[in-house]
Design a protein around this ligand. Structure first.
Ligand code: NAG
Ligand code: NAG
Ligand code: NAG
Length: 326
């Protein structure tokens, strides 16, 4: 998210605390993998009943429908595929080990869905499946973190080359894996649609719900798979436009617009986005969507918090609140 919640009278400030931060990153490669087994080339196609073939220990096993979100963290002796010393695309500010963190126990956990086994991520297999493709992550800091995690997983077997970089905080980047001619890119676009982010001269975001953000939309033709991962920026003060009309605003005291909340505009933004994706028909495009996700930091994002947890949250802690389930 990388954003500050400036208003406290809503129930979402809990987001800045606790919730399971890493389940999502663990699941993303699996979701990507699944899509390549059952690609969804059109939103109109019916998604087949999940019956998938997952290679595990060299034999093909059939796994019945599995709810990957229902499970537990279990201790894992194998440890992660990467850590702060083995991945060189990891950001300095995220590298606990180089900043002197001494305990390493937090690295030795894995996610175990109740109904099935989640095979260990196989970077080489992933690279083979996605060779000659362009995988793009589009969204807010959640998209960026998913990308960073994937890069580290893949760089345990093949070194990526940074081929493009632009924007503050490298908001737009592209890596190339020469070994498999795979491109992986990230596009900062916290609203998906056109928008002006709040800044020193503007105390709210301005969103134009009827057109997608050209910064990523303009490169859609080049993409083979896109992960859209965003949500939290919709909680911020904003004024919403459709054409030349102001539809209303969200949390904008002082402006003379009707408060319309963010759910409906969020839906409109997704419509605009999905319509644009459907219009692109030159080649197949796989689309993976994540919306509101648990916070990926503890405490206030801009207050230099630490990550003091040594083990995953116990069951029942960090429950999602009602508004998130809507
Ligand atoms: C980090 O990864 C490297 C390479 O796999 C490994 O040698 C090292 O032991 C790992 N460090 C920790 C703390 O797990
Ligand atoms: C990857 O990016 C490079 C540099 O932008 C480009 O020349 C190449 O065609 C791209 N390959 C794929 C598979 O998208
Ligand atoms: C706010 O909008 C209403 C309706 O358009 C208008 O009657 C009123 O004068 C406006 N108030 C201000 C302070 O602009």
């Amino acid at each position: 998210m990388g954003t500050k919640f400036t208003f406290k009278d809503h129930s979402h400030h809990f987001l800045t605390k606790k919730l399971l931060p890493f389940a999502l990153y663990a699941l993303i490669p699996l979701l990507l993998f699944r899509l390549y087994i059952h690609p969804i080339h059109s939103f109109k196609e019916h998604v087949p009943q999940i019956k998938e073939q997952v290679p595990e220990q060299n034999k093909i096993v059939e796994i019945a429908s599995c709810d990957y979100t229902n499970g537990n963290w279990v201790p894992d002796k194998l440890g992660p595929l990467y850590n702060g010393t083995s991945c060189n695309t990891i950001k300095e500010g995220q590298n606990c080990i180089s900043h002197g963190r001494a305990d390493m126990g937090f690295l030795y956990w894995r996610w175990k869905p109740k109904q099935c086994n989640l095979p260990r991520f196989q970077p080489l297999q992933f690279l083979n499946i996605l060779s000659n493709k362009h995988l793009a992550f589009v969204g807010d800091s959640m998209a960026r973190n998913q990308l960073e995690s994937l890069l580290c997983l893949l760089s345990s077997v093949s070194s990526p080359v940074l081929v493009y970089r632009d924007g503050d905080d490298n908001k737009f980047r592209k890596w190339h894996f020469p070994s498999h001619n795979l491109n992986v890119s990230v596009f900062w676009s916290p609203f998906l649609v056109k928008g002006v982010e709040k800044n020193v001269n503007l105390d709210h975001n301005k969103l134009f719900l009827d057109s997608i953000d050209g910064r990523w939309g303009g490169e859609l033709d080049d993409m083979d798979m896109v992960v859209l991962s965003l949500g939290h920026w919709y909680l911020h003060p904003a004024v919403y436009y459709e054409g030349n009309t102001i539809l209303g605003c969200h949390y904008c005291p002082g402006l003379n617009h009707t408060e319309i909340g963010f759910y409906d505009v969020f839906r409109k933004a997704w419509r605009t986005t999905l319509d644009a994706l459907l219009r692109r028909r030159e080649k197949p495009l796989d689309v993976i969507v994540t919306t509101f996700s648990p916070s990926h930091f503890e405490g206030e994002w801009d207050k230099a918090g630490a990550c003091p947890k040594r083990s995953p949250l116990k069951k029942g802690r960090g429950r999602l609140r009602g508004w998130m389930k809507r």
